[in-house]
Design a protein around this ligand. Sequence first.
Ligand SMILES: [Zn+2]
Length: 437
Amino acid sequence: MTDRIIIKNGTVITMNDADDVLFGGTVVIEGDRITQVGEDVTVDETGATVIDATDQAVMPGLVDLHFHTAIGKGWSDHLPLWEYLDTCWYPIIRALSPEEAYWAALASYSESLKCGVTTVNDMYRRLDGLAKAAEEIGIRAVLSNDVADDEHDLDTLEDNRIAYEQSNGAANGRIEVYIGIEWLPLASEALLSDARRLADDLNTGIHIHLNESLTEVENSKERFGRRPTEVAYDCGILFDRCIAAHCVWLSDKEIALMRETGTQISHNPSSNAKLGNGIARVPEMLAAGINVGLGHDAAECNNSRDLFEVMKFASLMHRASRVDPSLQQAPDVVRMATRNGSAALGHETGQLTAGTKADVILIDLNSQMFTPLFPGSKAHLYSHLVFAANGSAVNTTIVDGRIVYRNREFTTIDEGKVLAEANEAFRHVLDRMVVPT
Ligand SMILES: [Zn+2]
């Protein structure tokens, strides 16, 4: 018999097309899918796991559209992006073993799940370790390698092809593998063209950093004679299965290229702020009709995986820089963190409607964060989610119909052991890493 979960008496934020919020609603999950959502649902509770969601919001799990497993948070984080990459990030990930990647991924995914993130779009190395971690902890993961030209001693397209063959479709389809390109300063035009060819051969997507910093744009103009997104367009990287991360420094022409190709953009405002990279032109992207989701980037450049915090940045930074409080209204930002991210990855998640995959989170409303809360007010609820809440409000996380975190306890891992092993892995990597002089 299929496992059933019945969530009742909740404030159900459906994120459906009509943007319905049900006050006193029920969500029924059978196997990996949602089968019923409504206010007047009568259902046989025999044999089901019943969750009483009184004083809780029930909403789709959040989608972290640009994510890297992290092992070295808070280490040398005073440096600008390029210097940080050369002296810290690349030496660390070059030294990484599959076992260390596994523990780093478990520690990273555990923070995300605790903060209500049910999907990560994770570009990193040692994908066998990442896939094992995702399978065990129960998160939905799109994995991609950190591919660069051979001289940089990172991953190759062949590594990515092997990872695809090993892990794509694992865990009931919960794990997928995309082609990952680190960024244009480490890539030739031939590599970019080959990446698109491989993505087409495997029928998969591409995950890439684009136009993250001014230094990247200058490097592109020097090496290629044009801006990064123009190069990506010419090499076939841009299409509707490409997730382009950051896109801070886009010209009008580059925004038009993103729009023309249906490329998906991950906006990562807190990473951009911390690294001093600037503020992406999100209002212009949205006005152009581009689908924009949200990502935290990496704990090394954030330093939190809490997507509630990212939602707040995704509103406040644009309001502050444009002196305009009408920008990035709360319901729109929640939609970016749920439906937009899911749509970018072509997933059947991001909303609570019958037939979609059961990625659901429960949030405690009986707390200071959600006080006061006007009864029956959608606007008040959305406001608190974006401007007042943080990930510690999340009580329960369900992915693919499986409860992985319940009443703030993991059902799938020993959290204390994961954190201890991740600390140990960091020390081992530091012992082995070689910093260029
Ligand atoms: Zn990144």
